[in-house]
Write a protein that binds this ligand. Structure first.
Ligand code: PLP
Length: 362
């Protein structure tokens, strides 16, 4: 009944010490005589958690007072629609970088909004023709200078690619950071809005962090449905938030702080990814699937010589306590997701297993 080495892409691993803290705190929250999910979301106890989670997030990312931190529901997928619904001007343009299935889904939702607004969605660059195995270089982009924003997916969970530089352009960036949120520092000045489903790096599914700069918020469309209007949530706690998820997010943020914040996360993540890619590069048996300059530090994707060996690899690994290594269903191969909480020791065990597997079948 031991916790094992969890390489799941999403929901992904959470820090064991956080789960143990939740287990201990959960049934009776200090002084309440009840758990935190059984009391009003307007209570002092919950308000403290909610506000602390917001301020921890803002301070970890270095967001100034001109930012709003919102905890919304509907997943990152809801943001694919909510972003253009709020931020696409009537008759205006928005621009997207198409670097994977999640980007493509975001583009599709923007096109739905554009139909009602006489708007235009331009794709500034796409790596679809090469099965999304790389991030197009900035010299290959055409960003519409009139665009209200440029949307990109900082880490492509399915394909295992990641932007290693924040896009430089004259329009505000909107970023889906779901799968590398809080894994490294960012430069907030470049962004107008950032969103991330919690379930990879910061907590359980059920809450989506949406960070929006005030001037961008103020530019939003009018007459939106109340729940889909960012302004509703920026003004006040409008309805019952996903209390349990936010309670855990707050604890995970505390854990990130104790690890040295985002600087600590970068060191931890770089050690893991260089160990794993180091092993892949040193072998002819394992074949990384993405272009070297685009390798994700969160999702490491690779192939073996054939699908039978891949199936055996995934099965044998699971028997040794190395879980969830199967690639995304439409892509195949092996994917090791090494989010913030995955322990360096788990990566070490994976690398040792890979060596033994290659010796047996290579
Ligand atoms: N964006 C990225 C980068 C993702 O990895 C995912 C889910 O895996 C999503 C969006 C969709 O998120 P959700 O399931 O919260 O809607």
């Amino acid at each position: 009944n031991l916790r094992q080495n969890n390489f799941s892409a999403g929901p992904g691993a959470l820090p064991t010490e956080v789960l143990e803290e939740v287990r201990d705190d959960f049934p009776v929250f200090a002084g309440l005589g009840a758990s935190i999910v059984e009391v009003s979301h307007r209570s002092g106890a919950y308000t403290e958690i909610h506000e602390r989670a917001k301020s921890r997030l803002a301070s970890l990312l270095g967001l100034g007072d001109d930012w709003h931190v919102l905890f919304l529901q509907g997943g990152a997928s809801m943001q694919f629609h909510q972003v253009p619904l709020n931020l696409m001007p009537r008759g205006g343009t928005v621009s997207y970088l198409d670097t994977g299935s999640w980007s493509a889904k975001a583009i599709k939702e923007a096109e739905i909004v554009a139909r009602d607004r006489d708007g235009t969605v331009t794709v500034a660059a796409s790596s679809r023709d090469a099965d999304y195995t790389y991030i197009p270089r900035p010299s290959e982009w055409t960003v519409d200078p009139e665009a209200a924003y440029l949307h990109f997916t900082s880490n492509n969970t399915i394909y295992g690619t990641q932007f290693h530089e924040e896009p430089i352009c004259d329009v505000p960036l909107v970023c889906d950071m779901s799968s590398d949120f809080l894994s490294r520092p960012i430069d907030p000045k470049k962004y107008g809005l950032i969103y991330a489903g919690a379930q990879k790096n910061i907590g359980p599914a059920g809450v989506t962090a949406v960070l929006v700069r005030d001037d961008v918020l103020q530019s939003r469309a009018e007459g939106l449905p109340t729940m889909l209007d960012y302004g509703t949530h920026a003004a006040k706690l409008f309805n019952t938030p996903p209390v349990f998820a936010i309670y855990i997010v707050d604890k995970v943020l505390g854990w990130v702080e104790r690890q040295g914040g985002l600087k600590g996360m970068v060191e931890r993540n770089e050690a893991k990814v260089s160990r794993l890619y180091g092993a892949l590069d040193a072998s002819d048996f394992y074949r990384p699937t993405v272009r070297e300059d685009s390798r994700s530090h969160m999702n490491v994707t690779f192939r073996l010589p054939n699908e039978d060996l891949e199936a055996r690899f995934i099965q044998d690994a699971a028997r040794e306590g190395l879980l969830a290594l199967k690639g995304y269903r439409t892509v195949g191969g092996v994917r090791a997701s090494i989010y913030n909480a995955v322990e360096p020791r788990s990566v070490e065990l994976l690398v040792e297993f890979m060596r033994r597997f290659e010796a047996a079948y290579g």
